[in-house]
Design a binder for this molecule. Structure first.
Ligand code: PBG
Length: 336
């Protein structure tokens, strides 16, 4: 423990302010650094062509038709962002109790993935595995009598995963929090010949009020009955997060994620220290909305608060961050 460690040096021989005097010396001794290579850009896909839609609760974030998703993917490459994560705003008439649109190889994210693929970019494509963009009730799993069914949902997630891997996704990111889904998906991918498809598990995903704007963005907010507390984690818990991560790694996750981000930096720190595997943080929609709203009101310096919040993830041990600020942050970092 830090408090037991004796640090050499005492004032005045040691003055910790000395290296803080200049921008160059601060840079020289910086323990952590944020670069565009740390960023993953989440994008929302809508039907149509040459269409953009604003999202009221996420000012500055837009839903885009597939042609403009490809343009955003090209922008990501120019900015040095290594990967994008695609989420569909599925039209309401395609949302059903059995979430069958999730297994449609022509659904929005599969078509967008193929479109990006054909542009031959050096860019990773991450697709969420969960049923909430496709269910009539907005839950991540299949539901019977108000109960979210674990094993039946896993069978559906396997079908969704295979369709997404076939479309060309590099990384599948199960965000549903069903038990056993990583192992089930890994086994199915192996036997379908997709042994190179990576799994980034939303391993420690908490039931959170900070997802509100995302649910507006994908159109599940008005539909959602009840909450997600029977499958997403209780925000009171830490030890349980370590068990979730341990299970997912044992089942074949290549990378893990902690979500939300800033309110859960303690979890990120413990996961990254305990397992020493690629660990990502998701700075979620509500975190984006808070910083953006305060900046919009002139209450915060938005750019500075954004970069400080992103560096905090690196300090807590993240390999990278999913953030709606990705293009803005990458531009600022390039000009710094
Ligand atoms: C759905 C999913 C959610 C997010 C990513 N995947 C929402 C939820 O679990 O309700 C949230 C992302 C964000 O808030 O930015 N499985």
């Amino acid at each position: 423990m830090t408090s037991d460690r004796s640090f050499p040096g005492a004032y005045p021989a040691t003055r910790l302010r000395r290296p803080r005097q200049h921008a160059w010396s601060r840079r020289l001794v910086a323990e952590n650094v944020l670069t565009p290579a740390d960023l993953i850009w989440p994008l929302f896909v809508i039907p149509g062509e040459n269409r953009v839609e604003d999202i009221a609760s996420m000012p500055g974030v837009q839903r885009r038709s597939i042609d403009l998703i490809v343009a955003a993917a090209e922008e990501a490459v120019q900015l040095g962002i290594p990967a994008v994560a695609l989420f569909p705003a599925t039209p309401g008439d395609l949302k059903t109790d059995d979430a069958r649109e999730a297994f449609n190889p022509e659904n929005l994210v599969c078509r967008a993935t193929r479109a990006i693929r054909s542009a031959k970019l050096d860019l990773g494509i991450i697709l969420d595995v969960a049923l909430d963009p496709y269910t009539s009730h907005g839950h991540d799993g299949l539901m019977r009598d108000g109960i979210i069914l674990n094993d039946e949902t896993n069978a559906a997630l396997i079908k969704q995963s295979i369709v997404q891997a076939e479309a060309g996704a590099d990384i599948l990111a199960p965000s549903d929090m069903m038990d056993g889904r990583i192992g089930a998906i890994r086994a199915a991918l192996e036997s379908a010949g997709h042994s190179d498809t990576m799994l980034m598990s939303y391993a420690a995903k908490y039931a959170s009020a900070f997802y509100g704007p995302f649910r507006d963005a994908v159109g599940s907010a008005g539909r959602l009955k009840g909450d997600k507390r029977t499958y997403q984690m209780d925000s009171a818990n830490t030890a349980e997060a370590l068990r979730e991560v341990a299970f997912d790694l044992a089942e074949g996750a290549d990378m893990v994620m902690v979500k939300p981000g800033m309110p859960y930096l303690d979890i990120l720190r413990r996961v990254s220290e305990t397992f020493a595997v690629p660990t990502f943080a998701y700075q979620v929609s509500g975190e984006y909305a808070m910083i953006t709203a305060a900046a919009g009101n002139g209450w915060l310096d938005g750019d500075a608060a954004m970069l400080e919040s992103l560096l905090a993830f690196k300090r807590a041990g993240a390999s990278g961050v999913l953030t709606y600020f990705a293009p803005k942050a990458a531009k600022l970092l390039a000009s710094a």
